[in-house]
Design a protein around this ligand. Structure first.
Ligand SMILES: Cc1ncc(COP(=O)(O)O)c(C=O)c1O
Length: 419
């Protein structure tokens, strides 16, 4: 175990034990939830530091509290690294997470009641892109666009038509469960056609963009929002990139618009993750994430699994288990979990089942790639997934697969846990 948690063990054994148990779970499982990863030991140390003790409302050089010399240094490093990594004019690293980053972007660019247009949640968009129960649809008028019914992919002509019909003030691109490359230039064209702002939410693909395996929206979007975790392997947090003309509005939307003091310990972790993302090894990791996803997708399809859109170009895929095996996603993801393979159940486009009992399972390769899995391991995973889905209620068989999974995992150390 990498973390020395002696004080915690003495002070609060219940929390200590829960953390150690979670470490063990993360080490022993094949973690395929596409939004998860392993942060490095250095990121964990920075984000668990005494920086959590400091209040720093405001921005470097313009704070409301004294004693900011070291915090300013940390935040400036995070900001400069974000700008360099993505080629952005402006960066704000204070959003508490991806959802507040989106809320801040709307707050900066829109008036209450303005129209936003994002991909429908049930087809791969995020809650914060205009889902009816989210603030993004309560404070703004949300008119979603859709993927094509046949291909399950974005059809840019259809998005253009929808934009012309509804004349949104802001269009959101970038998704939670969409396995294909996003054409940001096309989205810029659509936004320009109707005079809308373009917001690209790169929460899922942040690391792929840095690694050069997904196009960068920065040249096209007015504002880019992101989590600082997921593929880029930082601590849980968020950041916003923007064109210079929106810099002030974005900063004001974060504070005083939406937040108080930034989480300085998280900012430090973000800065470290950005430094790691600048290293040549990160590019190799990002490339391998996509190679692994494509290989896993191919192997699953060879074994009869039906994938939404027929495959993947990025780090994730959505399997329509109801279609391929006549078994709903929840049954599959629960059985996979018993076998040591962790996924999440997920809606498929135009799903007729309910969100709590949908037709699909979403999986992705960032976490397993971080621990060193390559194509050979993807083949093992496809084989295990087939065995699970063919007999999801056979506890004996799930136990046997779990033992095989454990054996494989023991040979692949996890950053921040073992290795
Ligand atoms: C595209 C997208 N945007 C925003 C978010 C929200 O991030 P958070 O959970 O950190 O608020 C997510 C998280 O799943 C996401 O996938």
């Amino acid at each position: 175990m990498c973390q020395d948690l002696k004080a915690l063990q003495a002070e609060d054994p219940q929390i200590y034990n829960a953390i150690r148990a979670e470490e063990k779970r993360q080490f022993e499982a094949i973690r395929l939830i596409p939004s998860e990863n392993y942060a490095s030991q250095a990121v964990l140390e920075a984000s668990g530091s005494v920086l959590t003790n400091k209040y720093s409302e405001g921005y470097a050089g313009k704070r409301y509290y004294e004693g900011q010399e070291h915090i300013d240094e940390v935040e400036n490093l995070a900001v400069e690294r974000a700008k360099e990594l993505f080629g952005a004019d402006h960066a704000n690293v204070q959003p508490y997470s991806g959802s507040p980053a989106n809320a801040a972007a709307y707050y900066a660019l829109l008036e209450k009641g303005d129209t936003i247009m994002g991909l429908h949640l049930l087809e791969g968009g995020h809650l914060t892109h205009g889902w009816k129960y989210n603030m993004s649809a309560r404070f703004y008028n949300s008119v979603p666009y859709h993927v094509d019914k046949e291909t399950e992919m974005l059809d840019y002509d259809q998005v253009m038509e929808a934009a012309k019909e509804h004349k949104p003030n802001l269009i959101v691109c970038g998704y939670t469960a969409y396995p294909r490359i996003v054409d940001f230039a096309k989205f810029r064209e659509i936004a320009d056609e109707v005079g809308a702002y373009l917001l690209a939410d790169i929460s899922h693909i942040n690391g792929l963009i840095v690694g050069g395996v997904h196009p960068n929206p920065v040249p096209y979007a007015d504002v880019v929002t992101s989590t600082s975790h997921k593929a880029i392997r930082g601590p849980r947090g968020g950041f916003i990139l923007s064109k210079a003309e929106h810099a002030q509005a974005i900063d004001k939307a974060i504070i005083p618009g939406l937040q108080g003091g930034p989480h300085n310990h998280t900012t430090a972790g973000i800065a470290v993750a950005f430094k790691e993302a600048m290293q040549p090894e990160f590019k190799e990791y990002a490339q391998q994430v996509v190679k692994n996803a494509k290989h896993l997708a191919d192997k699953l399809m060879e074994r009869g699994f039906v994938l939404v859109t027929g495959g993947t170009d990025n780090h994730l895929m959505v399997i329509n288990t109801a279609k391929s095996h006549d078994i709903p996603g929840k049954v599959v993801s629960e059985a996979l979990n018993k076998a040591g393979i962790v996924s999440n159940y997920n809606m498929v486009p135009f799903d007729e089942r309910s969100p709590m009992d949908p037709s699909g399972v979403r999986i992705g390769t960032p976490a397993v790639t971080t621990r060193g899995f390559k194509e050979a391991e993807m083949e093992k995973i496809a084989e295990w997934m087939e065995r699970v889905i063919k007999d999801p209620h056979n506890e004996e068989s799930l136990k046997t697969i779990h033992a095989e999974v454990l054996e494989l995992c023991s040979g692949f150390p996890c950053p921040g846990i073992e290795g």
